[in-house]
Design a protein around this ligand. Structure first.
Ligand SMILES: NC(=O)C1=CN([C@@H]2O[C@H](COP(=O)(O)OP(=O)(O)OC[C@H]3O[C@@H](n4cnc5c(N)ncnc54)[C@H](OP(=O)(O)O)[C@@H]3O)[C@@H](O)[C@H]2O)C=CC1
Ligand SMILES: Cc1cn([C@H]2C[C@H](O)[C@@H](COP(=O)(O)OP(=O)(O)O[C@H]3O[C@@H](C)C(=O)[C@@H](O)[C@H]3O)O2)c(=O)[nH]c1=O
Length: 284
């Protein structure tokens, strides 16, 4: 059962590399962006023909949320058209697709758990193009799993945890938004869940929500990062209205994970426990 990972050099791709090695999964390929450019249909055709995967895991995306507001065209090309190109290749070659999406497809005005069937109404270009990518896949390919996740971090790539640890060295105090609430996700835990789904061969296609257990604000997340790291700093809670960004972010995006847990028997760690593991690995 060969697995092909696209977007392999990003944060989640790197976590998939680490977790697949730990799980002793060897029939898996991680092509570079040069060989696996999702905007190049001919290249994808060659890759699918040579690798002959049973599953593709797509981690490739445009993830610069603020930049996307001014760079709509590129963002849409990657998040919508790129996703469609992969789905077309999967359909042609009889391949199952695991695609990753985001809590930013939601508006963030519901203070309850968001289920897979709740209305998605993105407030920013990144979220909108990710939702368009989901729709394109669903139209082209039946054999798809779309996993929406939120607030991804790990020891790899760019993320909030690494940004906080960098900024604290540069500034004597930090202001972090306290009125945006969600669930952080250790990308290693997500990689583990994705590989469990693939290895289960359970063909319950459709949309799933996955994050770590628990709920927090960006401010409380930052506080936990510094507490666990033993870093003392002056951390100020700020309101969204006081922290100007190009993109609007959901005020409340907490996803219900019962579907993925009951379908695949996945047990999900509490966010603070996974954060401690990540910080421990970062400081090794
Ligand atoms: N990061 C987060 O907080 C969250 C992410 N997600 C979703 O999870 C998935 C993985 O995210 P993450 O690993 O953090 O993101 P990264 O930005 O770390 O990784 C995305 C990768 O895709 C690559 N890429 C961009 N364009 C192409 C292309 N045309 N062909 C092939 N590869 C390309 C990027 O390369 P390059 O760097 O060269 O552009 C990068 O290596 C994405 O679908 C994202 O939308 C969902 C919720 C939260
Ligand atoms: C760096 C920084 C950020 N913030 C705020 C801005 C924002 O509301 C929040 C997180 O900022 P970041 O830019 O790190 O993260 P952001 O890019 O908004 O993260 C999102 O990325 C995309 C890809 C997703 O899919 C989402 O689930 C989510 O993880 O923290 C502060 O308040 N103070 C700071 O010093």
């Amino acid at each position: 059962m060969r697995i092909l990972v696209l977007g392999a050099s990003g944060q989640l791709g790197s976590c998939l590399k680490k977790v697949s090695t730990e799980k002793n999964i060897t029939d898996i390929a991680f092509p570079s962006e040069e060989l696996g450019n999702i905007l190049d249909e001919e290249l994808l055709e060659k890759l699918f023909s040579s690798e002959k995967p049973s599953y593709v895991i797509n981690c490739a995306a445009y993830t610069a949320v603020d930049k996307a507001e001014e760079d709509q065209e590129t963002c849409r090309k990657i998040n919508r058209d790129g996703a469609a190109n992969i789905a077309k290749a999967c359909e042609k070659h009889g391949v199952k697709l695991v695609h990753i999406s985001t809590d930013f497809v939601f508006k963030g005005d519901v203070t309850g758990l968001l289920s897979e069937t709740d209305k998605a109404e993105p407030e920013n270009i990144y979220g909108l193009t990710k939702l368009e990518g989901e729709a394109a896949i669903a139209e082209i390919l039946q054999e798809h799993y779309i996993i929406r996740t939120s607030w991804l971090y790990s020891e790899y790539g760019n993320n909030f945890v690494k940004t906080m640890i960098r900024l604290v060295k540069e500034r004597d105090q930090l202001g972090v938004i306290v009125d945006q609430v969600g669930s952080p996700t250790y990308a290693i835990d997500l990689a583990d869940a994705i590989l469990e789904i693939v290895e289960s061969r359970n063909e319950s296609y459709g949309i799933y929500h996955f994050s770590n257990e628990g709920v927090t604000s960006w401010y409380d997340f930052a506080k936990a990062i510094f507490d666990i790291s033993g870093i003392e700093t002056k951390l100020n809670p700020v309101k969204t209205s006081e922290y100007v960004t190009k993109a609007i972010r959901p005020a409340y995006s907490v996803m219900d994970k019962s579907k993925i847990k009951s379908t695949y028997g996945i047990s999900i760690p509490y966010w603070r426990d996974s954060l401690a593991i990540c910080i421990n690995r970062l400081s090794i």
